[in-house]
Design a protein around this ligand. Structure first.
Ligand code: C2E
Ligand code: MG
Ligand code: MG
Ligand code: MG
Length: 281
């Protein structure tokens, strides 16, 4: 019991740092265990990229894909990124893992292009911990050089809340832009960015967060937010994509409101590279 441990520590007149509960110790042990498993997973190449199509909402044509990492653990099977990415951000493992993801995604895009599949971009997620790594620009450049992929085919997705964390991230974005890379703001609408900051960012695309798409059509607030973000993108001359589109009704609402691109289970779940049907319209 936590109380007992605390009581014992107090009784022994120990310092604050020795007050810990068994629950905390167990949680720590599990994190340490998971962390070492993740390090081994990177060495053993147990990570896989799935790709989710991004689609022109009017024609249904696939215009690009987003790379989404999974851990294919020999013990537990396919593990979703929300279960391990946060820990890799805390430990810094996201830096080498992210470099691997960038290389893998650029190589896949290069292969698709060489097969004659006409895609405008592959999107790769970049977290705050990666952006704050001093070598991030070199890491991205290395992935492009290694794969031979032209920079204009790579799109980096950074969440709105990440961008708002640090002023100096904006200068990293400008460095990416100078290389010819496309930039997209992920989960837009949830990160409280100000319009004056948005104005100074060298971005190409806004991705409306799925939480708003859940409520359309029907929820007046979500409808209004979605319409407002679409209008914002139009006024700034940015591309606009809606995430998490699951139904025909959502698609119709988005088409009527001039949202050019959609991504979501309605069209396709994220899939292994060889399971995407690029001929689908
Ligand atoms: P995200 O970048 O916002 O990715 C969108 C998430 O929504 C993905 O979850 C995707 O599978 C899911 N999704 C797509 N369409 C639908 C839909 O119609 N309905 C619903 N309910 N969900 C949908 P996933 O793959 O589990 O990834 C979760 C998050 O993990 C990502 O959010 C991203 O923040 C992070 N992540 C994934 N891969 C990477 C990566 O390679 N690097 C980094 N740094 N983060 C990653
Ligand atoms: Mg994303
Ligand atoms: Mg998102
Ligand atoms: Mg997200």
């Amino acid at each position: 019991k936590a109380d007992t441990a605390l009581y014992r520590a107090k009784e022994q007149g120990r310092n604050n740092y020795e007050f810990f509960s068994e629950e905390m110790a167990t949680a720590n042990f599990e994190l340490m265990y998971l962390n070492s498993a993740l390090r081994k997973a990177l060495e053993n190449e147990e990570f896989v990229l799935y790709y989710q199509p991004q689609v022109n909402s009017l024609t249904g044509k696939i215009v690009g894909t987003e790379a989404l990492v999974r851990w294919l653990s020999p013990d537990t099977g396919l593990v979703a990124p929300n279960r391990f990415i946060p820990l890799t951000e805390d430990t810094g493992l996201i830096v080498p893992l992210g470099a691997w993801i960038l290389k893998k995604a650029c190589l896949q895009m290069k292969t698709w292009l060489s097969e004659g599949i006409e895609l405008s971009h592959i999107a790769v997620n970049i977290s705050g911990r990666q952006l704050s790594d001093k070598n991030i620009v070199r890491t991205v450049r290395d992935a492009l050089n290694f794969s031979g992929l032209d920079a204009r085919y790579l799109e980096l997705e950074i969440t709105e809340s990440t961008i708002m964390q640090e002023d100096r991230y904006i200068s990293v974005l400008h460095e990416f832009k100078a290389l010819g890379i496309r930039l997209s703001i992920d989960d837009f609408g949830t990160g409280y960015s100000s319009l004056s900051r948005l104005k100074h960012m060298p971005i190409d695309k806004l991705k409306i967060d799925q939480s708003f798409i859940k409520g359309v059509p029907g929820n007046k607030d979500d409808e209004m937010i979605t319409q407002t973000v679409i209008g914002l993108a139009q006024n700034f001359g940015l591309e606009i994509l809606a995430e998490g589109v699951e139904t025909q009704e959502q698609l119709e609402f988005l088409k009527q409101n001039n949202c050019h691109y959609i991504q979501g289970y309605f069209f396709s779940k994220p899939l292994p590279f060889n399971e995407i049907d690029f001929s689908k319209r």
